[in-house]
Design a protein. Structure first.
Length: 305
């Protein structure tokens, strides 16, 4: 059990204990702070405290963190997860298409597979990785996960401060401009809760830019840089710009699935190719690249031929 001592400055007098801890202990959420307090792992002068206790300033808070609890887990079997980067704070894997990121029903997930194959993890008191961004089930490529609460907080800040560079390769129908930028409101489609759209009133914005990497037969290979990280964003914005992702069953017309190259794919043609972000440990850049999977390469070869 690790012990952390926190000195409270005089100017913090009057603050609630739970809120002070969540604001001053990296990676400690308000919910997690309250759980630790309720379980007696937070003490002042050796005594247990209430979450609502008002601090007077000048005291020392002792926070002990118990070992992470193993989440309820069935026997998990799933595909290989090639590791692109691994250190004490951060794991980046090359996620295969068809694998969900977080536990969902009876299907295996990246979180469960990593918890079983690549310990240790300690996030929110559980021995499993922390999710800081996501990929759609059928999207392959670079996916980063945190090993600790502190790493979750550092990576969340990096995303908020736009210090994360995510690049995707997509095969889209038609001939796009050589480059472009798309920005629009973004929200759930009121006509279909499975879908998202830019054709809605919303304070949330979605923005991306793209460049052509190769002109193909009836299609274009584009590299996309995400400026925001909305659910289904690339698929939605490219489709609504008139260039749906090849084989996209949700946002593409029948043409995207009937295209000969779509036969080489069992999912939409979207791959998270490169990821660059600051290390939670040192702040130095960590950059990785996930090789194109075989199905994407087959579709690409057909379009070239």
């Amino acid at each position: 059990m690790s012990l952390q001592k926190i000195s409270v400055p005089r100017e913090s007098a009057g603050e609630r204990l739970d809120k002070y801890l969540s604001a001053h202990v990296p990676g400690l959420s308000l919910e997690r702070a309250r759980v630790l307090i309720e379980q007696g792992h937070v003490r002042i002068r050796g005594k247990k405290c209430q979450a609502s206790r008002k601090l007077w300033g000048g005291e020392e808070i002792e926070v002990s963190r118990p070992p992470p609890k193993a989440p309820a887990r069935r026997s998990v079997e799933g595909p290989e997860l090639p590791v692109l980067h691994d250190d004490a704070a951060l794991v980046i894997v090359n996620k295969p298409a068809g694998l969900v990121v977080e536990p969902s029903g009876n299907v295996p997930s990246v979180v469960e597979l990593l918890a079983a194959r690549l310990p240790p993890f300690d996030v929110e008191g559980l021995a499993q990785p922390g999710v800081v961004h996501r990929l759609d089930r059928e999207t392959s490529g670079c996916l980063a996960l945190a090993r600790t609460d502190e790493a979750v907080a550092a990576l969340d800040r990096a995303f908020q401060e736009k210090r994360v560079d995510k690049r995707y390769w997509a095969l889209v129908l038609g001939e796009t401009p050589e480059s472009g930028r798309l920005e629009a409101p973004y929200g759930r489609d009121p006509k279909d809760p499975r879908r998202f759209t830019t054709k809605v009133r919303s304070a949330r914005r979605a923005a991306l830019s793209y460049e052509v990497r190769e002109r193909l037969k009836g299609a274009t290979l584009v590299e996309v840089k995400l400026e925001t990280g909305r659910t289904h964003q690339i698929r939605v914005q490219m489709a609504e710009a008139g260039h749906p992702v090849l084989a996209d069953s949700l946002y593409g017309p029948e043409e995207t699935r009937a295209h000969p190259a779509a036969k080489a794919l069992e999912r939409h043609a979207l791959h998270a190719l490169r990821l660059s972000l600051p290390s939670p440990l040192t702040g130095e850049p960590v950059s990785v690249e996930a090789p194109l999977p075989e199905d994407f390469q087959r579709a690409l070869a057909m379009l070239r031929g």
